[in-house]
Design a protein around this ligand. Structure first.
Ligand SMILES: [Zn+2]
Ligand SMILES: [Zn+2]
Length: 171
């Protein structure tokens, strides 16, 4: 798939477990899948556009399982994502680890990821471009699970806890 067609818009979801998928295939197959996905996606995060330039792509980019092909796992659908966007695709894990805060914003989820990466959250909260929601994480998780979460209404920003864990370099 080329990067220009079907522009993907990242949003909080509960995705199938990559770990379980990987446990069903060999390391070699996974390595092959990963390098093909990275190449197909131009070594660029499909959620926020992040493109590593000073570190090796396979260290900072993940390959996310979008849809599994049970018969031939290698033909499953994958997407290259930075670790931040990947966390959003697994919102259930992000929520249970308290790695995220729920917000409302004029910015898209992909833009919010870049704002977190650039450590520009406080100024955007100050000017009202990002509003922290009163809704609790368990409430939102419940909405996601039963399909009641309004598409793209609730967005996620990252807590210090997660950003520190990733050792995000603001440059
Ligand atoms: Zn990203
Ligand atoms: Zn994933």
């Amino acid at each position: 798939m080329s990067q220009t067609e079907n522009k993907f818009e990242i949003r909080a979801t509960i995705s199938p477990s990559d770990k379980e998928f990987r446990s069903r295939i060999s390391v070699d197959v996974w390595e092959r899948i990963k390098s093909k996905a990275l190449r197909d996606d131009g070594f660029k995060c499909q959620g926020c556009g992040f493109e590593p330039y000073d570190v090796s792509a396979d260290k900072v980019l993940d390959v996310h399982l979008v849809e599994e092909n049970i018969i031939n796992p290698e033909d499953s659908k994958f997407r290259t994502e930075c670790m931040l966007c990947h966390m959003i695709e697994h919102a259930d894990a992000a929520i249970s680890n308290e790695y995220v805060i729920l917000v409302n914003s004029k910015f898209s989820q992909g833009e919010l990821v870049n704002i977190c990466r650039n450590r520009a959250i406080p100024s955007n909260i100050e000017d009202g471009s990002i509003r922290i929601l009163k809704k609790t994480l368990p409430e939102f998780l419940e909405e996601l699970k039963n399909g009641k979460a309004l598409e793209g209404k609730v967005k996620l920003i990252f807590t210090e806890k997660y950003l520190k864990r990733l050792d995000i370099n603001p440059f």
